[in-house]
Ligand binder design. Sequence first.
Ligand code: SF4
Length: 733
Amino acid sequence: RPREELDAVDSVCPYCGVGCALTYYVDRSRGAIAFAEGRDQPGSKGRLCVKGRYGWDYAASPQRLTVPLIRVDSSYPKGPLSADVRGDGDRERGRRGGKLSKNGKDGRRKPGGLVDYDEVLPHFREATWEEALDLVARRLMEIHAEQGPGAIAGFGSAKCSNEEAYLFQKLIRAGFGTNNIDHCTRLCHASSVAALFEGVGSGAVSTTYGDVANADVVIITGSNPTANHPVASSFFKQARRRGTKIIYVDPRASTVSEHADYHCQVKPGTDVAFYNSVMHEVIRLGLIDLEFIKARVSNFEELVRTVNDYPPERGAQITGVDADLIRQVARVWGEAEAGVIYWGMGISQHTTGTDNARCLIAMCSITGNVGRPGTGLHPLRGQNNVQGASDAGLIPMFYPDYQGVDLDATRRRFEEAWGVQLDPNRGLTVTEIIGSVLKPGGVRGMYMLGENPFLSDPNTNKVRKALSQLEFLVVQDIFMTETAEFADVILPASSYLEKDGSYTNTDRRVQLGRKVMDPPGQARVDWEIVQDIARRIGLDWSYASPSEVFDEMVALMPSYRNLRHDNLGLTGKLYPNADPEHSDGTVVLFDERFNTDDGLAHLVPAQWLPAKELPDADYPLVLNTGRLLEHWHTGSMTRRSFALDTISPIAEVYMHPKDAADRGLAHGQMARVRSRRGVIELQVRISHREQLGNCFIPFHFREAAANLLTIDEIDPHGKIPEFKFCAIQVEAA
Ligand code: SF4
């Protein structure tokens, strides 16, 4: 149909933290989206990557959950049983439990490796909403009454809007009396946030990715933005063409390294040693900003003592980067007038993730690279609303806007606002909750809203054990995910296309997502489901709309002051924002003081520590996990998107040519990958982007679930798992 006959709905992309603005063109006669187009907005300027442009048809998948389901067969083992996700390498035993799901009944290929509905559905029966919601409220309250508030926990999701995230954490805190509430930020940038809070008093970015245009030099580290933040990456490459120097620090090569002036291909897990060496040289050459340090930085002397131990030769020995390259990078960074550091999960997803980020804060602070245009600290957020969900309080130690649950005055303010008594203790994180389920007196009842920890959390067989042991699990989602296969009750929810709400991107930009279509069948909007459960457990909630929820949030969140749904406009607003009617908001933070109590940046020097599980004779290779351009997290959405699944349909292990040759493996051959925790089978991809001795596996693929291999050791501060480093062996399958 011609464009004029289509209905245009302005919204935002649901995938990465860039949060591109887009317009869906809807053919109402077919009840379907015809196409999506980028929309002008200061952060995305009309650009979209392949996910934003084509990755929306999953919402119309015939596999959507459309009716509440209640488990009927409690004797049947919970969770996925197919060989592909057992992880014990016993394909025959797996087949007895459940067949692989490559082909549908009509013989046509199903999207690769997804849940086999024919296998799973017989163990559930359809229910009315009344029956399902009554059961959820009754069982969770029984566990609460018998075993106390600490026996309940909730996993929210960064796929949810700000309003849904706010209501979900309020339900768990005000309704069940516990702070055991968290979401996928724990798997993403929790360590960056821990370091930023400690160092500069705020977990959000200090400048936008568009501010790269004002920088003389940028460091992009632990990130492959071309795959993970594609539109932000286009701004980086554009800046490079205008003369901004790019220093790329990453164990893998990528298209970013092809555009970079310097590529420091560090060995995995050696970031602290690398940045300590760079700072050693910056200080030795006198390229620090002494005035800035005197006025605005504390603990500089301690940093100097620490980095003294890391001359470039020692840095080179640990990191594998040539000492002269370390010296060159130090000079370029130290001499720049304005520099920004952008980082990704190659920095955060380590047991030393907080230390890694502490080094980046020190790199900017000692050179005065904070608080001016073209300077600053920017952890590139993974999911489109991981910033907003964290801001809204979906984390166990903070109420909305990072106000500590253990601060008496803060707690009293929230108790007054919500009309209940609140738990004064910090709750458990995602990674701690899974461990707690396996202990006596731990978590027994869980409410999962939009999370799929069976595939997203480390050490899948440990997660399997924990989810199987829960007394009661309710999953609210749009598909039968692998985690939903463990559920006692499944509530059919809405995709972002089926509701209104606000989302906050990596730049602190709060934007409106608008409803494009109705949810299918009896599926319902998430905030209404949460409200119905709240009412059943005795909370007096009567929100009429997401904008009413947003107004309550803003009243409790100083950072969001002055924002309302009706002043966000078509392009959203950055926070903080003194005058949203006339201003886009604040790009650069900390121009006069940091957000810490004394207004200073607090440097915390770090010593380099090796990863927790080093390669040895049995497991001689290092595994790094991550994402592909075409897919998203556990694949429940993108693997049901025709275009994305067609471009990237199979799981592969990326190997250095010599590592593959040493094992007699050719490109496209099936390989068996083992760690101490599990085994998977997938195709070999010979990749010149890997270092010798290192492999990369994306974690999107159920049939070769990378997290069967990963280690569940966590960073002691951010409690984030070490997704970027464990020991494996690869052999022919
Ligand atoms: Fe969506 Fe990110 Fe791609 Fe933009 S860059 S279209 S937000 S996935």
